[in-house]
Design a protein around this ligand. Structure first.
Ligand SMILES: [Zn+2]
Ligand SMILES: [Zn+2]
Length: 145
């Protein structure tokens, strides 16, 4: 039966097309994922390259990409300032020598011994701490220099 055979052939074709389309769709998705993933890797590599260039040339008098270098320096400074403000809000400061985080009122760094603050004024008579700007000790009345 020619008609039936013809129809069977068409159905088979249609079936093949559908599975071919499905294959194409999954291949398309695979390729799109691959492109996105490769772009992520590329961007990470560019970031790494830029970081290494900056670290190697940040102190150059005339770096090859002066605008990028100074833009990066500006951003790093902004981060540093904000980080210091965050620490200040937490009542912490960082030792400039070793980077240890210490309470804001610390006079010496517990990590390296660097003096990182001014010692509090003390009453010469009783030794108790005198507030900044006070003329007499609040505990014993002694005049404070
Ligand atoms: Zn230190
Ligand atoms: Zn005193």
């Amino acid at each position: 039966m020619a008609l039936f055979d013809g129809l069977k052939g068409k159905l088979a074709d249609a079936g093949q097309n559908v599975s071919q389309q499905t294959r194409n769709m999954s291949e398309l998705a695979r390729l799109n994922n691959l492109i996105a993933e490769t772009k992520r890797k590329l961007s990470a590599q560019c970031f790494e390259l830029g970081k290494q260039y900056y670290q190697a040339h940040q102190a150059d008098e005339a770096p090859e990409f002066p605008e990028a270098v100074s833009a990066i320096r500006g951003l790093l400074d902004e981060i540093k300032e904000s980080e210091e403000a965050v620490l200040l809000l937490k009542g912490i400061k960082k030792c400039p020598t070793c980077g240890t985080e210490v309470p804001i009122q610390s006079v010496f760094c517990p990590g390296c011994g660097t003096q990182i603050g001014t010692p509090p004024r003390c009453c010469p008579a009783c030794g108790k701490e005198a507030k900044e700007g006070s003329l007499f000790c609040v505990y014993c009345g002694t005049k404070i220099d």
